[in-house]
Design a protein around this ligand. Structure first.
Ligand SMILES: *Cc1c(COP(=O)(O)O)cnc(C)c1O
Length: 430
């Protein structure tokens, strides 16, 4: 870190990072910073440095940090009724289910199951897929795509493609096959009466923001319908306004859809929506459950998030600012390709310097993320302003130059020098 010149007492932040290291499980690696507060699109670390948050807790903080509508809804609900078991219901839970069914254009008989995360929503969808299986008739296969990320619990992990995530935990639930990404012919060849379900992300987020090719979802819809297989669309990262639409798969009605990340605006909420009466009947009384799922506070958070997104032209702004960012970034020197929709943006760099760029961005006061050695991802709050986007665009060439310098420097030279990256935010907090 920055302690080469002096052996002075650690900063408050270093203190937290050291204590993290001795008390938290190592699965995430070392945290980049210890954050203590946030406001709008900015967060502040324990040493008082401000950052423009262009990752939004990985596509979670749709309304940014400490949004007054979210704070009010959650506080009020918690002060009124915080948790009931699923032996009971609450107005917030029912209202949220109705609202999601309406937004998804779900037909009569469609239903919602609430979970607490994306993995849990997909775990429920995996059980739904098993319920559509019929081993006696040879219907046992579940299809997903290469590059897919559906979560880390055992069922969701079976759907996830990455060998490094899977291999330490094998054997995983059986029956899942991964097809080549975006290859319609491979899909059509694979989908027949032996398939129980097909799981798809409209845009693969963890794989570096890779959209399915035009027409793929529609082809999957037709093939699964003809074969009696369920089409399950994982909108955990792409849903709830992230792409400037309520759902990235808009226009294609699936049999099931999973949601989480942005749905609660920062509180843990996941959902499985089942479309139509037949599919919704596959998980009957006693077949699935959760203690926390659909709890009134989480539901109130989601309702508040939806109502803010539904007002004030937020989704139109997501589309406009997303195009602005993609257009400007695509014109930059060290950038090979820019992908995505709305405020889910993947940036392929010409060199393998994405992790160094993340570090240089932090030094310059911006939180971004890398999904691979040469790929950056942006998933900022949906309330990001054009002015804030402009600040990042101004700083990005310097960040990328610092990253290249750091990556070509001797290994022990550490992170990119803060002085070489312009655009440090000092006036950030609003
Ligand atoms: C993040 C993500 C998940 C897993 O969600 P968790 O809340 O981390 O369990 C599943 N599917 C997709 C597409 C995701 O991006």
């Amino acid at each position: 870190m920055n302690d080469t010149q002096t052996a002075a007492a650690p900063t408050p932040q270093q203190g937290w990072l050291d204590r993290y290291d001795s008390s938290l499980m190592g699965v995430f690696g070392a945290p980049q910073r210890a954050l203590v507060r946030g406001n709008g699109c900015y967060v502040e670390d324990a040493d008082g440095k401000q950052y423009l948050d262009l990752l939004g807790g990985i596509a979670v903080n749709s309304l940014g940090h400490a949004h007054p509508a979210l704070v009010a809804a959650v506080s009020e609900q918690l002060a009124t009724l915080g948790h009931v078991s699923n032996f009971f219901t609450s107005p917030a839970q029912v209202q949220l289910a109705e609202r999601l069914l309406a937004l998804a254009g779900a037909p009569q008989g469609s239903k919602v199951f609430f979970a607490n995360s994306g993995a849990e929503a997909n775990e429920a969808a995996f059980k739904l897929a098993r319920r559509n299986s019929d081993p006696a008739a040879g219907r046992t296969r579940i299809l997903a795509l290469e590059g897919a990320f559906h979560g880390r619990t055992m069922g969701a992990l079976a759907l996830t493609a990455k060998p490094a995530y899977r291999e330490p935990f094998e054997p995983l639930p059986a029956g899942v096959e991964h097809l080549p990404f975006g290859d319609v012919d491979a899909l059509l060849a694979a989908v027949d009466e032996t398939v129980a379900a097909v799981f798809l992300e409209p845009i693969q987020g963890e794989a570096g923001v890779r959209p399915l090719p035009e027409g793929y979802l529609r082809a999957a819809r037709e093939a699964t319908r003809a074969a009696g297989a369920l089409l399950v669309i994982d909108e955990v990262q792409t849903g709830i306004g992230r792409t400037g639409k309520w759902f990235a798969s808009e226009g294609v009605l699936p049999d099931a859809m999973t949601l989480a990340k942005g749905l609660g605006g920062g509180l843990p909420v996941g959902a499985l929506i089942t479309f139509g009466e037949t599919t919704s009947g596959l998980l009957a009384a006693g077949m699935h459950g959760t203690t926390f799922g659909g709890n009134p506070v989480a539901a109130a958070a989601a309702l508040a998030t939806l109502s803010v997104l539904d007002s004030g032209e937020v989704l139109a702004s997501v589309r406009a600012i997303g195009s602005y960012l993609r257009r400007e970034i695509a014109a930059m020197d060290a950038v090979a390709e820019v992908r995505g929709e709305g405020l889910l943006i993947g940036i392929d760099l010409t060199d393998d310097v994405a992790p160094a760029a993340v570090a240089a961005a932090l030094d310059a006061g911006f939180i971004i993320n890398s999904t691979g050695p040469a790929t950056l991802r942006l998933a900022p709050p949906l309330i990001l302003t054009a002015e804030q986007a402009g600040r990042f665009l101004q700083a990005l060439p310097g960040i990328l130059a610092s990253a290249r310098a750091a990556a070509s420097a001797p290994a022990d030279a550490g992170r990119a020098a803060p002085s070489s990256a312009p655009g440090t935010i000092t006036e950030g907090k609003q």
